[in-house]
Design a protein around this ligand. Sequence first.
Ligand code: SF4
Length: 415
Amino acid sequence: MLLSVPFPGSVYAALRIAQTIKAARPDVVCVLGGGYVNTELRELAEPRLFDFVDYVTLDAGERPLLALLEHIAGKRSKTRLVRTFWRDAAQVRYTNFVEPDIPFDDVGTPTWDGLPLDRYLSLLDMLNPMNRLWSDGRWNKLTVAHGCYWKKCSFCDVSLDYISRYEAASAEVLVDRIEAIVKETGQTGFHFVDEAAPPKALKALAEELLKRGVAISWWGNIRFEKTFTPELCQLLADSGCIAISGGLEVASDRLLQLMKKGVSIEQVARVTKAFADAGVLVHAYLMYGFPTQTTQDTVDALEYVRQLFEHGCIHSGFFHRFACTVHSPVGLNPAEYGVTLQPLPADGRFAKNDIAFIDPTPTDHDGLGQGLKKGLYNFMHGIGVEQDIRSWFPVRVPKTTVPKRFVERALTMAR
Ligand code: SF4
């Protein structure tokens, strides 16, 4: 029995599932994997986890699971398991008998065969229109490619396999998978769960969908890069794209450069507008509290966001507080970003991910964060878009330095 844990919030439920199965059928082999495990449990040393599961595997699951199946069938010893943790008496052991991963082109088509999909739970946990897409209804999940083709952003886990190993499949293979999934599930909605779907692959996919007359609705994450011209956005919309999300992050050109995002605010304005004009819902991931971010940067960020709403470039957004993770460039080279890391607890045996840091820049991120969230929430509902940006902050802040017509000009320059 395989349990895939994507986020920290799913860990408890996964362990309860494993516990219940083990209580009823102790002979069932339980294996834990997935995004959370791949990110946070890489240095696992807690033997009590194995009271619930028998094995924990890291990164792409195909090869470790094939090895594990052979082991269970008595054809492979434990010393030849691939990227797998297991318990040996009271000790956690990690075995990685290196074998090549299965190419993305050959991983096959996901299947939901036998599951009661009509009983899928719809949740409305947030009014934000993009968050609503996540959990209000069911989507077939598929990836356009493995990993991220950009893999440079300094806050991202670029040193880990799920970002760093980029591999694409051909459009023909992807549309074969899509057709097979629609046939099996009877459902035509797709969520492409890539961290950042590559524009060239999306273009080829859209052309193949249109060529074969396959009618689906789809949405996913992208980078707001200039390859997304108005023509490409229209093509994607014609192929069934209903929503996209991407990182505008700190909405400051200085900090976007420092974080190696590879986009500018002007470019984001043009790309988001092109998607919006094609009838696609646009969501921006936003961030505050990045190393060296000043109060002025934060006020200006909200002004950029305000202007993007004013001009119909974005419809939705969410401000996340920056978290430094051990596998990101900031966590690996803190001095380059002007911060120092706090030591991790010496006795940590379970998850290792977020790491506290000291940023000498005197910015009240807690106070400013409230203003960012309040302003953004109102903009999403069309409220107060014309108001002075300072009015959203609960603390005294300086006037914005962003020209009043910045986004308007960026959009005019595109014509
Ligand atoms: S943040 Fe997104 S675009 Fe940047 S490296 Fe990570 S996955 Fe790629």
